[in-house]
Design a protein around this ligand. Structure first.
Ligand SMILES: Cc1cc2nc3c(=O)[nH]c(=O)nc-3n(C[C@H](O)[C@H](O)[C@H](O)COP(=O)(O)OP(=O)(O)OC[C@H]3O[C@@H](n4cnc5c(N)ncnc54)[C@H](O)[C@@H]3O)c2cc1C
Ligand code: SF4
Length: 441
């Protein structure tokens, strides 16, 4: 969407965006948590809110957004074939930008021993079922993998009343952002075990338990460390693979991890065909995906005009603090840098903050930490239809689970629009906290 927007803004005559789903927005539509747009919009938006803005920006600029179009083929001379309900469509383009995203690694990719019962999900599938289809995947959950999606799902499952028994990570440190370790795991008291794996899946028709085992420094199971954990769902958050079937139909050069190989202008091995976002390289933040998309869009138009192209700075999206938060520190969540801030007794000031906003945040955290609550509510008369919601202003951290529980009991009208207040929570301090929808009809 960002690429399409920028291409049109740079003067392209016609820009067509082909999307196989019924809605544009990609993975953002199922990411109902907030934290998107901290750089781009200087706001902590939910995924659907971020998507909504991006779609509006593209459409207002004059991009033709065509959904329910599954692209099955493209050629080196820049012809594109898409399937839709009316049949087959062919497009001839002067330039193409591939932004096909990524998919998750599954149990098959990592070969966990044991039986094959129901109850094993990838994190994205679990997220999709819970956030879009009102399907609760289980009540006693084990998560394998501590990437951001696993960490975010640990919090999400907890807010929906499930018990996350363990997050197991084979590496010596969590692989997700420190801010997610802090806000999604530590704050809910969820056990996180590093150098640990699921060594066996147990259950006949339905999952009954998993076996967790410690790993030594070489990654081998430590004999005798196996322990059985009774659970009804196992969530796998074990990595993402760039999705590039369309690129392959034109023999575009891919790297060994299935990502599109591009030059510094984001141009693929075929001149005039560009690539951006997770199909080029899996990225942590939507803000950087959008920024890169915009550059791909501008470069595509520069290619048509024969102008010099811009260079993408690969280091740009790589600056966020990952792994364990440092002890006795506050992880700043105002921007994605995740600065580790400490109170220094000698100087009577905060240290480690990258900017002044960090001291304000740290002071708030020390005295009265607050959080936004993001969850879903049922749509009246549509049992399997959900709408994402969030608190308009943050609530006290101690009240997060209480707000989530209250919201599990409400339903909203199908006609509710994005930004509409659908519930008011009265906080312990007597404040009225509005709960608003973050996606509309
Ligand atoms: C679970 C999860 C949680 C995240 N949490 C955060 C967060 O808290 N904050 C943050 O900033 N970032 C987060 N991210 C990262 C960020 O949201 C993504 O990296 C970014 O949105 C990816 O954008 P994309 O356009 O590259 O891919 P996608 O969003 O995956 O979009 C690719 C699109 O291409 C379409 N497509 C693919 N193949 C075809 C085809 N053949 N024909 C037609 N259409 C096709 C797909 O349907 C999809 O809509 C998260 C990512 C995930 C997966
Ligand atoms: S202190 Fe400043 S730079 Fe660091 S995470 Fe907070 S807002 Fe970002």
């Amino acid at each position: 969407m960002a690429a399409a927007y920028a291409a049109k803004k740079s003067g392209a005559e016609t820009v067509i965006l082909l999307e196989r789903d019924r809605h544009a927005g990609g993975i953002l539509n199922q990411c109902i948590h907030d934290g998107f747009g901290l750089i781009r919009y200087q706001e902590a938006l939910s995924g659907p809110e971020y998507a909504d803005r991006a779609v509006a920006e593209a459409e207002n600029m004059g991009v033709e957004v065509l959904t329910s179009r599954h692209v099955v083929k493209m050629s080196a001379d820049r012809k594109v074939t898409a399937y839709c309900s009316e049949g087959i469509e062919e497009y001839a383009a002067k330039t193409i930008i591939l932004a096909t995203g990524c998919r998750e690694r599954t149990r098959g990719n990592i070969s966990i021993p044991g039986s094959r019962p129901a109850g094993v999900f990838t994190a994205g599938v679990a997220q999709n079922l819970m956030n879009l289809h009102n399907v609760m995947i289980g009540r006693r959950i084990v998560i394998l993998g501590s990437g951001d999606i696993g960490l975010i799902m640990a919090r999400r499952l907890t807010l929906e009343g499930a018990k996350v028994l363990a997050i197991a990570e084979i590496m010596p440190e969590p692989t997700g952002l420190a801010r997610n370790v802090s806000q999604c795991v530590y704050e809910f008291g969820i056990p996180l075990y590093v150098r640990t794996t699921v060594s066996k899946i147990i259950g006949k028709r339905k999952l009954e338990a998993v076996e967790l085992s410690d790993l030594d420094d070489s990654g081998n199971v430590v004999p005798g460390s196996e322990r059985r954990v009774e659970c009804d769902a196992l969530v796998l958050s074990v990595g993402l693979i760039p999705e590039n079937e369309v690129a392959q139909t034109a023999n575009i050069r891919l790297l060994s991890n299935n990502a599109v190989d591009t030059d510094q202008y984001l141009q693929t091995s075929i001149r005039g065909v560009f690539s951006c976002g997770n199909c080029r390289r899996v990225m942590d933040l939507a803000d950087y995906v959008s920024e890169q998309g915009e550059m791909a869009g501008r470069n595509a138009v520069r290619f048509i005009k024969g102008d010099p192209m811009e260079i993408w700075d690969e280091e740009k999206s790589n600056c966020m603090k990952k792994g364990f938060p440092e002890s006795d520190t506050i992880t700043c969540t105002v921007c994605p840098n995740g600065c580790q801030i400490k109170w220094d007794e000698d100087s009577q000031s905060y240290m480690g903050n990258g900017c002044r906003r960090g001291t304000v945040f740290a002071e708030q955290e020390r005295t009265d930490p607050k959080r936004n609550v993001t969850t879903t509510v049922v749509v009246k008369g549509e049992r399997q239809s959900l709408r994402p919601v969030r608190t308009k202003t943050p609530v006290s951290r101690d009240e997060v689970l209480q707000v989530a529980e209250k919201l599990r009991g409400i339903s909203i009208l199908p006609s509710s629009k994005i930004g509409e207040t659908v519930f008011t929570y009265q906080s312990k301090a007597g404040e009225d906290i509005s709960v608003i929808t973050t996606a509309g009809k």
